[in-house]
Design a protein around this ligand. Structure first.
Ligand code: UD1
Length: 343
C-alpha cells in the first residue's frame, strides 16, 4: 500500500462531514493516514480541530471539491492507497425539491471522482451507499440480494445510479479497482468525547439532530411524521446504528479490500433491529432523563414505512457487527448537543 509516515494514505471525501469525520478518526486509530477532502459546503473547518483533539495529531486536509480534477491535483501528488467516498448531498426532502442538485453533485461528482481514481491507479474504493436503494421493501429484514425497487426520492435514485456506475467502472478496470459498496441504515450518535458529531447547518432534516435541538430548546417541538403507518405503533421503523460502529465498518472494508484482490461486493450496515420514531423518543427519555417535546404530524414525502437490515454478510465477510446500543447512541447524541449548545 502507498505509505505516508509508514501509514497507508486513504482519501476521505466528505471527511469533515458526520460519518466522514468519525471514519477519519477510526482510520487514524487503525494505523492509516487519512487525507480529508472536503469543500465545507455542508460542514465547518472546526470539525478538523475536533478530530485532531481526539487523535492528538494533525490531520492532513484539503479544502477541495472531489469532483474537480484541478483542485484535486495536490491530493494526488503523493501515492494513494485507497479512497472512501462520502461527499454527497443527503436530505431526502431537499432532493424532492431540487433534483438537479442531487443528480449533479451525487452522480456527476462520483463519476468525476471515480475517473480520477482510475487515472491515478488507486486500487481500493469504499462507497457510501444507503438502505434507501431498497425503496419500500416488501420483506424485512432486507439482505443484499433483496430487490432494488424504484427509488422513493431523487436522493435514493442517486445512490442506485452510483452503485450501477461502480459496477461498470469496476468491470472496466479489469481487476485494478476493488470496490466495497456499503449500504448504511440510519447512523446517529456522536463520538463519546463530544469533540465531533452531527453538525446540520440550518434546520436539521434528520430525526435525531432535530430531536436533540428540540430538547435543548433551539427548535419548537419535534414533529413525528405520520402515526398512521402499518407498524406496531403507527410510526415509521428504521435501523439506527452508532456512527462510531459505522466508522469502524469502513476500516473493516478497507482491510477486506486489501485481501480481496480487485473484487466488488456490497454490504448492509445496520444492527438488524428496527425501532419506531416513538420508540426512539422513549429510549432518548430513558437514556438521558430529558423530556422530548413533540407533536404528531402528517407523513413526509419520500418516507418508507419500515426498513431494517439483515447484517449477517458484513459479520461473515468483514468481521464487523455493531457494538453500541440505541440508548448509547442517543446519550452520545445528547452529550454532543449539550457541547454544541455551550459553544
Ligand atoms: C434517509 C435514508 C437513509 C439516509 C438518510 C440521509 C431511507 C429509508 N433512508 O433516512 O438511508 O442515510 O435519509 O438523510 O430512505 N422523522 C420524524 N420527524 C423529523 C425527522 C424525521 O418523525 O423531524 C422520522 C422520519 O419520518 C423517519 C425517521 O424519523 O421515519 C428517520 O428519519 P431521518 O432521520 O430523516 O432518516 P431517513 O429518512 O430514514
Amino acid at each position: 500500500m502507498a505509505q505516508s509516515n509508514d501509514r497507508p494514505r486513504i482519501l476521505v471525501t466528505g471527511g469533515a462531514g458526520f460519518i466522514g469525520s468519525h471514519t477519519t478518526v477510526a482510520l487514524y486509530e487503525a494505523g492509516f493516514h487519512p487525507v480529508v477532502v472536503d469543500d465545507l459546503r455542508n460542514s465547518r473547518e472546526d470539525v478538523v480541530a475536533g478530530m485532531e483533539r481526539i487523535i492528538g495529531a494533525p490531520v492532513e486536509w484539503h479544502r477541495a471539491d472531489c469532483g474537480n480534477s484541478e483542485a484535486m491535483a495536490p491530493v494526488f501528488s503523493q501515492p494513494v492507497a485507497g479512497a472512501i467516498h462520502f461527499a454527497a448531498d443527503k436530505a431526502v426532502g431537499e432532493s424532492v425539491e431540487h433534483p438537479e442538485k442531487y443528480f449533479d453533485n451525487n452522480i456527476g461528482g462520483t463519476a468525476r471522482f471515480v475517473a480520477m481514481l482510475r487515472e491515478h491507479h488507486v486500487p481500493h474504493l469504499v462507497f457510501s451507499s444507503s438502505c434507501t436503494v431498497y425503496g419500500e421493501a416488501s420483506q424485512l429484514p432486507v439482505s443484499e440480494t433483496s430487490p432494488i425497487l424504484p427509488a422513493e426520492s431523487p436522493y435514493g435514485y442517486t445512490k442506485q445510479a452510483c452503485e450501477q456506475l461502480l459496477w461498470n467502472a469496476h468491470a472496466a478496470a479489469k481487476g485494478q479497482l476493488g470496490v466495497a459498496i456499503l449500504r448504511y441504515f440510519n447512523p446517529i450518535g456522536a463520538h463519546p468525547s463530544a469533540e465531533i458529531g452531527e453538525l446540520p447547518l440550518g434546520p436539521p432534516a434528520n430525526l435525531v439532530p432535530f430531536l436533540t435541538q428540540a430538547v435543548a430548546g433551539h427548535r419548537g417541538p419535534l414533529t413525528v411524521f405520520g402515526e398512521d403507518y402499518p407498524t406496531a405503533d403507527g410510526t415509521c421503523v428504521r435501523d439506527y446504528l452508532h456512527v462510531c460502529d459505522l466508522a469502524e465498518a469502513h476500516v473493516a472494508a478497507l482491510n477486506w479490500l486489501e485481501g480481496a484482490k480487485g473484487e466488488l461486493d456490497t454490504f448492509n450496515l445496520g444492527t438488524g433491529e428496527g425501532s419506531s420514531v416513538k420508540e426512539v423518543i422513549a429510549s432518548f427519555e430513558e437514556a438521558t432523563g430529558e423530556k422530548v417535546p413533540h407533536q404528531m404530524g402528517d407523513r413526509r414525502a419520500g418516507d418508507v414505512t419500515a426498513i431494517y437490515a439483515n447484517p449477517i454478510k458484513a459479520k461473515e465477510k468483514l468481521g464487523w457487527a455493531t457494538k453500541r446500543s440505541l440508548k448509547t447512541c442517543l446519550a452520545d447524541a445528547w452529550h454532543w448537543q449539550q457541547r454544541l449548545s455551550q459553544s
